[in-house]
Structure formats: C-alpha cells, structure tokens
Design a protein around this ligand. Structure first.
Ligand SMILES: [Zn+2]
Ligand SMILES: [Zn+2]
Ligand SMILES: [Zn+2]
Length: 244
C-alpha cells in the first residue's frame, strides 16, 4: 500500500462523510483540510485534540509533508513542542509517510527505506577490546537416574564417582569438565560474537540518516526532497523579496 494523496482520497470517498474518517489505528483520523475542495490536502493525525495534531499531510501533486512539531496556545501564550518523543507519532509517520524516525541521545533522525549505506569504518572491536575473545558460559547438567541402594544410600550407576549433591530430590549434578557443579563463567572462553575473533569491526556501513528537528518536511515516495536552495540563496531570496 503506497500511502499518498490518491490512496487517501480513495479511502475518504469510500467513507460515509467523504471528508473525514477514522483510520481504525490508535485513534488516528484522516481528514480533508478543506472539506469542500476536491483537491484539498489530506491530513492524518489526531483531529479532536484541543489543537488538531497533523503528523502526515498528503498533497494532490503526490508529495507528502511530515510534521513533528505541534503549535498551540498554552496558558495564554504561543508555544510549540516536539511530538516526536511519542512513539505513536514516529510510528504514524513511518506507516503513513514511509520514512522511519529514530530517537537517539535526545535527537531525532530520519531514515529512508533502502537508504544508501555510509562508508565502511573498520576499527578495533570495542566489545572484546580487540582480544578477539569473550567470556563464555559453562553449564552444569543434572542427572535423574539416581537409585536408592540396599543401605538406603542414593547412588547413580552412570556416575558412580560423583558426590550425590541434592540427591534427595532424585537427581544429582553432573560436574562440568572444569569440575563445577554450578554454571559458571569461563573468562575469554570463546571467540567474540561481534568480530568473530577477528578483533576488527566495521563501525560504518550503516543506513544514512538525516537529523530532523521536527519542522515540516516534504517527501516524495518516502524520500526527502532535497531542497536545491542553499542558505545563501534563501537569504538572497528573503532580501530580494521586498523589492520585487
Ligand atoms: Zn547420574
Ligand atoms: Zn565448566
Ligand atoms: Zn570482538
């Protein structure tokens, strides 16, 4: 299901009101910005909050706006806050705009599906501190073949040399190759799972992510539309505007 204006328009047309419908998904609604216009933008979010929360907006031209900022009036003043802290917002944007939002160290990042990978960055493995080894776990086993002999002693024919510990329950420990009855750690006992013993790891080769402050961004097919304007160009445009 490609979620875009055509999909949303069709979904609304199949509803009763034609301009607003529940999405049957976490209280989300889908509604036309201008219910009388056939070309209206279509929003997805929480419509009946004190101030409607628009997380995804579809446009007739096939593009989509994602939004992570909620503006409103609070205690008599204007305020805006980031709604991306809510996992529900991030999920909504992923599901209905096709781009993932991640939170890390109090910042937010966008990741396109099938995003290109960052360059490889081979460094010493941080998990095993470049030893190529990690601690392993040795488990003891239990044996249930105990019997009571003629003298009332608990014995095991399979393990005649083993001291019967906890044998009153009908079982006994079978010590591991290290002679332990209990499970224990073997320091540096096996190759590091992360570098497979190679001591080196690729800390690069990750999907590219773009930091996002939540201000509205335009997408097409789940991909960010890279603005061709540089900061200088925008400053020039702002400067030129009053003259024209
Ligand atoms: Zn036994
Ligand atoms: Zn052991
Ligand atoms: Zn390692």
């Amino acid at each position: 299901m490609a979620c875009n204006w055509d999909w949303a328009d069709d979904f609304l047309k199949r509803g009763r009101k034609k301009y607003e419908r529940p999405l049957y998904d976490r209280g989300l609604r889908i509604w036309k910005e201008d219910r009388w216009s056939p070309d209206s933008d279509i929003n997805i979010g929480w419509k009946y909050n004190q101030q409607p929360v628009k997380m995804v907006t579809y446009h007739k031209d096939g593009t989509t706006t994602i939004n992570g900022i909620q503006k409103g009036t609070y205690y008599g003043g204007n305020a805006s806050y980031v709604i991306l802290n809510s996992q529900s917002t991030r999920l909504t944007i992923h599901r209905y705009a096709g781009i993932q939002v991640f939170q890390r160290n109090f910042k937010f990042y966008l990741q396109e599906d099938n995003a290109p990978l960052t360059p490889a960055k081979i460094q010493g493995c941080r998990t095993c501190k470049q030893t190529g080894l990690q601690d392993s776990w040795c488990s003891s086993t239990t044996c249930w073949n105990t019997q009571v002999d003629d003298e009332g002693q608990v014995v095991c024919k399979e393990h005649p040399d083993v001291l019967m510990v906890a044998s009153w329950r009908g079982w006994h420990y079978v010590p591991c190759e290290h002679g332990n009855n209990a499970s224990h750690v073997i320091p540096k006992g096996e190759p590091c799972h992360y570098c497979r013993g190679s001591k080196k790891r690729d800390y690069g080769s990750k999907p590219e992510r773009t930091q996002w402050d939540g201000t509205p961004l335009r997408l097409h097919d789940g991909k960010l539309i890279k603005s061709p304007t540089t900061l200088l160009e925008r400053m020039m445009a702002d400067y030129a505007e009053p003259i024209s």
